[in-house]
Design a protein around this ligand. Sequence first.
Ligand code: DSN
Length: 419
Amino acid sequence: MTVKSVCMEDEEVFSAIENERKRQEDSTELIASENFVSLAVLKAQGSVLTNKYAEGYPGKRYYGGCLNVDRVEEIARERAKELFHCRFANVQPYSGSTANMAAIRSVLNPGDKIMGMSVNGGGHLSHGYSLSFSGRDYVSQSYDVDKDTFLLDYDAILRQAREFRPKLIVCGASAYSRRIDFKAFRKIADDVGAYLMADIAHIAGLVASGEHESPIGIADIVTSTTHKTLRGPRGGLILTNDEELAKKIDKNVFPGIQGGPLEHVIAAKAVAFGEGLKKEYQDYIHQVVLNAKAMAKEFVKMGYKVLTGGTDNHLFLIDVLSSRGITGMEAQKLLESVHITANRNSIPFDTQKPYISSGIRIGTPAMTTRGFKEKEFIKIAHYIDEAIQNKDDRKALSSLDEEVVKLNHSFPLPYEEIK
Ligand code: DSN
């Protein structure tokens, strides 16, 4: 039986998968946290390793038959350490949030104080947000960006930390377009006797390629996802140089919060880390940043309010409400109607509810993987403006949609159709 005919035995599920493949092929993907993995990553994840239970760690499993998954997990750990120049890596977290949960539990007890960046300011839910485990199990206070510049104000964070006295400070963001000064955070943490955790989920690829300062050796613990700029499978990662913390982290991942590791995903992480060590990947990340800078600049030229006026990394935020009078929600829907995928995003001190929001977040990792350079991103910036200007003109939107799809088709994905 061929793979195609096997897939067609479950028409219902596989036609939805095929439709998603086609949607990805047709669309300009600007969600800053998404990317397109290589065929090798896809193949490793869709492998027979999904059949295997392997609770424990390489050489110390609770199941038989772990010879091959031990090898795979060893390779993943070794490559992660090489990629990030660190001493210890745990590659088992199912996601960025579980990585953060295990990391936080390694240094805090329930009721201890945690201080992370506010979600509205660009931080992540798992950095102390009230509805997340991180804001429920611990006493949390968040720091914000400056009201005028929308930049991290390290003096203000220090003052807040001195007053709040957290046991853990978390730095790292999901929607912050400027470089993060890990050394400044270290000074703040040392000043108040706190641990420092850096969540580099978004900028991991930039850190691995030297496009952004690394927090390794500065923060006590570094967490990440593997599927954003790192361009691996959906999953998490924890790094540290501290042997005692590494032991605690391992215990908190398993058996603390997880059971059997997803060895097929770990294999795909290993493949992605291997790709990350190559020169081509470094060139790719460099281009991601050039593309983001060029696109942000174009929006500024067109009179859009780009937060902080531009970007140092792979993403930026546009206040579409004050720039063009449409909410983030409206902009997201409008763009989707012309095959441009972005996500609405709260901006710092947003007057709209998070579900509606005033902004959109734009990222360049995914389309850079497909081969877009500055020229194509500038073109897309104009397409976005055209869509907003013609938001009530169906005919104009439909012809714009055709142009967008045509452009995307000239940068094809390597994935095989399944029907
Ligand atoms: N949900 C992710 C993002 O879009 O940035 C953060 O984990």
